[in-house]
Design a protein. Structure first.
Length: 390
């Protein structure tokens, strides 16, 4: 039978302005994404410093970064309802506030793994979940024909944020220490993120679905494919940005080289998100997301395991960052275009909830494999099992 929500979405999309004030909203969303995605992809820089300071093992610290990402995923459906209840602007401001508070709080518990789990993991993760759902929902209200490009620009903010912030974090740790690096990062996040969140607004009230979860979507094979692709594909996503700084140190490269690799990964991701957005509008969003996942897997299998010097590592960081960014940026467009912009909140929340296991366990599994085969200073041989797993 015809899907009434999809039909209503097509009608609503025909009235979307595809520009105008929407570009101001996109600017606000891109700055918010700079912080909630960019900072999460810089965890490897913090992790490398904390390992060097003897705070804990890489596998344990990888869990801290994974808890933040997993919190974003597991709370996806609830965050979607919160955005519908609070409105996009207030939800974004609460999300940014939690991220900044979690970072400042992390500066006071930087020697305590339990405290880091709470502050850098759970508190930041809840804020990330709210921000992610805001930017995933609100773009479809302002753009239809250019929806892929608009989403690409928004998520490119996260790639640029990761590229710039990785150098900022490294410099702050070098000059001020890990604790003050966290505090300064939190203050910067609040000072720039809150005004950006104020720019975000919905064009029309966000539709509040009758059900918390729309189970009938699982009867649609396209939804099942997208759900499973995301659930499986998220396992390796955080392995490169979390472990590139450690790996580069184990083969004799400097700490600044490790931060530079994370920056290259994130900058490539930023460019790819815009290109992927354009590709969504040209070749279709489903085609784009499956191409991104395929390139991601190939780079892990064919390039990283043979990268024992800086040049191939840079190439790997660029290719893997591009595919990684392409996946994340295309998902909101897939959901809006294929399942209807009127149900993007509930459908995106359901899909993102399926990423929980991959976000929570993906990087820590790589950390456990690394420890089992010799530890972070044992060179390429110790890292290969984690690379092939990812």
């Amino acid at each position: 039978s015809p899907d009434p929500i999809l039909a209503a979405s097509h009608l609503a999309d025909s009235l979307v302005p595809d520009g105008g004030q929407g570009w101001i909203v996109i600017l606000g969303c891109a700055i918010v994404t700079w912080w909630f995605i960019g900072t999460s992809y810089c965890w490897g820089v913090f992790q490398s410093a904390l390992v060097a300071e003897g705070v804990s093992a890489p596998s344990t610290l990888a869990f801290v970064g994974s808890v933040a990402a997993a919190s974003m995923a597991v709370l996806g459906t609830g965050a979607g309802r919160a955005v519908e209840g609070l409105g996009a602007r207030r939800a974004a401001m609460v999300g940014v506030g939690l991220i900044g508070a979690g970072e400042v709080g992390s500066g006071f518990v930087v020697r305590e793994v339990g405290g880091l789990f709470v502050m850098a993991g759970v508190v930041v993760g809840v804020g990330m979940s709210l921000c992610f759902m805001v930017v995933s929902i609100v773009v479809s209200q302002w753009f239809s024909r250019k929806r892929g490009l608009a989403n690409g620009i928004v998520f490119a903010g996260g790639g640029l944020g990761g590229a710039v912030t990785s150098f900022i974090i490294y410099a702050l740790i070098d000059k001020l220490g890990t604790a003050w690096a966290y505090r300064v990062l939190g203050f910067i996040t609040l000072a720039t993120g809150l005004p950006a969140a104020w720019l975000i607004k919905e064009r029309v009230p966000i539709r509040r679905p009758a059900a918390f979860v729309e189970w009938r979507l699982f009867k649609d094979y396209k939804f099942v494919l997208v759900f499973l692709a995301g659930a499986i594909g998220t396992f390796p996503l955080f392995v490169p940005p979390f472990f590139l700084p450690l790996y580069s140190g184990s083969i004799g490269l400097s700490g600044s080289s490790g931060a530079g690799l994370v920056a290259a990964f994130n900058f490539s991701s930023a460019v790819s998100r815009v290109v992927s957005g354009l590709a969504c509008d040209r070749i279709g969003s489903l085609n784009t997301v499956f191409i991104a996942l395929s390139v991601n897997a190939l780079s892990m299998l064919a390039l990283w395991p043979v990268s024992s010097t800086l040049a191939p590592l840079i190439l790997f960081a660029i290719i893997n960052g591009a595919s990684n960014g392409g996946f994340l940026a295309t998902m909101p467009t897939v959901v809006s275009n294929v399942f209807g912009s009127a149900r993007v909140g509930v459908a995106m929340g359901m899909i993102v909830s399926g990423w929980t296991a991959g976000y929570l366990m993906g990087a820590p599994i790589a950390g456990y494999l690394l420890e089992a085969y010799g530890g972070e200073q044992a060179g390429l041989k110790a890292y290969r099992p984690a690379m092939f797993y990812a």
